[in-house]
Design a protein around this ligand. Structure first.
Ligand code: FAD
Length: 574
């Protein structure tokens, strides 16, 4: 089936919905999502969205900018961070006017709380900068944007899985995939295509990410011969529920929770004397694993405690109802009485598809724009997060750059030509599906996926080194070979999740290969990328972005200098 639109947005998280809403002012827009839109991972965002409103104490966008640049370990492009920090307050007011039910303080203003790495006066002390709707901030924003999109006539194609981007005359002119319910090919013809497909936390065994975060958008970009930028920087959040990875938001520490090792010590005081438990995530995650490595995990095991008892039942229910309920459901304990076992969990991809600050996808490191293709949200790399993202800076990134991407389309769409669809669009989709359904291969998707997840967790997580990365790269190649021999036990064409998972695994393996490869090349430690064989940051050689693309002979890397700005690199002390 062929669908005609002006704009097709692949992904219905906050980035996709915001882009769609903005572009819908003068274009016919469709949003495509492999899960029902309102189940996109953005709904799981808990703690908040950062903006220097100054509702609780003095704040300035320049302070927000400084914290973001320092948090990024000076790898972020400062012109992009400037846009983010400067536009953040208005972005929040716009959300408020749309109807997002933010929590309020006693003056009736949007309430704000502390969050990791956000400080007053260039690093002096933690500041209250995170706006929030209880601990269901993502849900509140998603529901509001979804309603607005429906009002504007945005069309939703739920449970459609996109497998290909379509190009004509070097311009993106659509996308193709299939309907998960029927396996029928679905071809979307458009003047502009937006990638808003989120992250790929599912390539790790322990992750806070939802099942849909399999990096499909990254693979679509690789297919289009584009590079992925800075993929070695994978964020691990320090407080996932032990053994499950389910997130306990930093808001828990912002509200007064503290981390304790097996000896009951508040160990973050030793690692970050000023910000303590509210230091950036890369630093806290390494600290947790250091404690565990020194045998100071709880009962010598590989977890520590998050102690929320000080907060008391009433405050927990008022400020953190969602995570209190998650803890009760999954651990059967009451956090007002019992400490919560936690360990780092894979959380966020700092890198992604290179874009400019207007959402255009860049075809190369010199900044050539690929006509017709845009990207926003976690799958994009603008780059505002550099080597480590601060908490609450993703949601504001989605809103600020989602809007800017929508505005670019708004301004450019009328002048864009309609390019014809490539004739083989439907057969591209069907051939792949049929070959999987008809394959007699003996490998099974679930086994291969688990092997990948264990491999990435063991050899390419918080700590890495040349030896483990070399090994991981070899093993990813092996897994890619084994995937060629995959067969499905379920041959149905109705909601065949085994088929979908096989396609997703192909994407996950390609993204994992880029992550490991990028990490292997970068011989320094910066932000979330810590090489135990190169433990120092090396600005002389490595103040540059990694670009990796697929070639017929394997992956190739090039580098692009970081755009300098008002803040010169300094040592990160917290
Ligand atoms: C548990 C959790 C809590 C978080 N809390 C916060 C927080 O408090 N503050 C903060 O700033 N950040 C937070 N983050 C990070 C932030 O929520 C995410 O980075 C962000 O929501 C990603 O949004 P997105 O719009 O880019 O993509 P997502 O919301 O991940 O949506 C991706 C969309 O793409 C679609 N899609 C993907 N592949 C395909 C395909 N092949 N075909 C069709 N559709 C496809 C999916 O169906 C989905 O609609 C949190 C993350 C997690 C996991």
């Amino acid at each position: 089936m062929i669908h005609e639109y002006d704009v097709v947005v692949i992904g219905g998280g906050i980035a996709g919905l915001y882009t769609a809403l903005t572009a819908s002012e003068n274009a016919k827009v469709a949003v495509i999502s492999k899960v029902h839109v309102t189940r996109s991972h953005s709904v799981a965002a808990q703690g908040g969205i950062a903006a220097s409103l100054g509702n609780e104490e003095e704040d300035h966008w320049e302070w927000h900018m400084y914290d973001t640049v320092k948090g990024s370990d000076f790898l972020a492009d400062q012109h992009a961070v400037e846009v983010l920090a400067q536009e953040a307050p208005n972005a929040i007011y716009t959300l408020e006017h749309m109807g997002v039910p933010f929590s309020r303080n006693a003056q009736g203003k949007i309430e704000q709380r502390r969050f990791g790495g956000h400080t007053r006066n260039f690093g002096e002390a933690p500041i209250k900068r995170a706006c929030y709707a209880s601990d269901r901030t993502g849900r509140a924003i998603m529901d509001t944007l979804y309603d607005r999109c429906l009002q504007k006539g945005v069309v939703f194609h739920n449970e459609v899985f996109i497998q290909h981007l379509l190009f004509a005359l070097n311009s993106c002119c659509g996308a193709a995939g299939y309907d998960l319910a029927t396996t029928e090919p679905q071809v979307f013809h458009a003047k502009a295509v937006v990638l808003a497909t989120g992250g790929c936390g599912k390539i790790y065994k322990t992750t806070s990410n939802g099942f849909a975060s399999t990096g499909d958008g990254f693979a679509l970009a690789l297919d289009a011969l584009l590079s992925l930028e800075d993929m070695e920087f994978v964020q691990f959040h320090p407080t996932g529920i032990y053994g499950l990875g389910i997130l306990i938001s930093e808001a828990a520490r912002a509200e007064g929770g503290v981390l304790r090792n097996g000896l009951g010590e508040r160990f973050m005081e030793r690692y970050a004397p000023t910000l303590k438990d509210l230091a950036p995530r890369d630093i806290v995650s390494r600290a947790v694993l250091n404690e565990i490595g020194e045998g100071k995990g709880v009962e010598g095991k590989d977890y520590v405690y998050l102690d929320l008892r000080e907060l008391g039942r009433e405050r927990l229910n008022q400020k953190l109802p969602e995570i209190t309920s998650l803890i009760k459901t999954y651990l059967g304990i009451d956090p007002s009485e019992t400490q919560v076992p936690v360990a780092p969990t894979c959380h966020y991809m700092m890198g992604g598809i290179p874009t400019d600050a207007e959402g255009h996808v860049l075809a190369d490191k010199s900044g050539t724009v690929l006509p017709g293709l845009y990207a926003a949200g976690e799958c994009a790399c603008v780059s505002v997060h550099g080597a480590n993202r601060l908490g609450c800076n993703s949601l504001i990134d989605l809103v600020v750059f989602g809007r800017r991407t929508g505005l670019s389309i708004f301004n450019e769409i009328k002048a864009r030509l309609v390019h014809p669809l490539p004739v083989q669009a439907e057969s591209l989709v069907l051939d792949k599906i049929n070959s999987l359904l008809e394959s007699h291969g003996t490998e099974r998707t679930a086994g291969l996926r688990e092997a990948l997840q264990c491999l990435m967790t063991e050899e390419c997580s918080v700590f890495r080194n040349g030896k483990t990365l070399e090994d991981a790269l070899g093993q990813v190649h092996q897994l890619k070979k084994r995937l060629l021999n995959v067969g499905l036990t379920n041959k149905s064409r109705v909601f065949n999740y085994e088929l979908q998972e096989a396609l997703e695994l192909g994407n996950m393996l390609r993204v994992a290969e880029v992550i490991v490869y990028s990490a292997l090349q970068r011989q320094e430690s910066r932000g979330a990328h810590f090489r135990s064989d190169y433990p120092q940051r090396n600005d002389e050689e490595w103040l540059k972005h990694t670009f990796v693309n697929e070639t017929p002979t394997g992956l190739k890397e090039t580098y692009k200098p970081v755009a300098a700005g008002r803040f010169a690199p300094e040592k990160r002390r917290y």
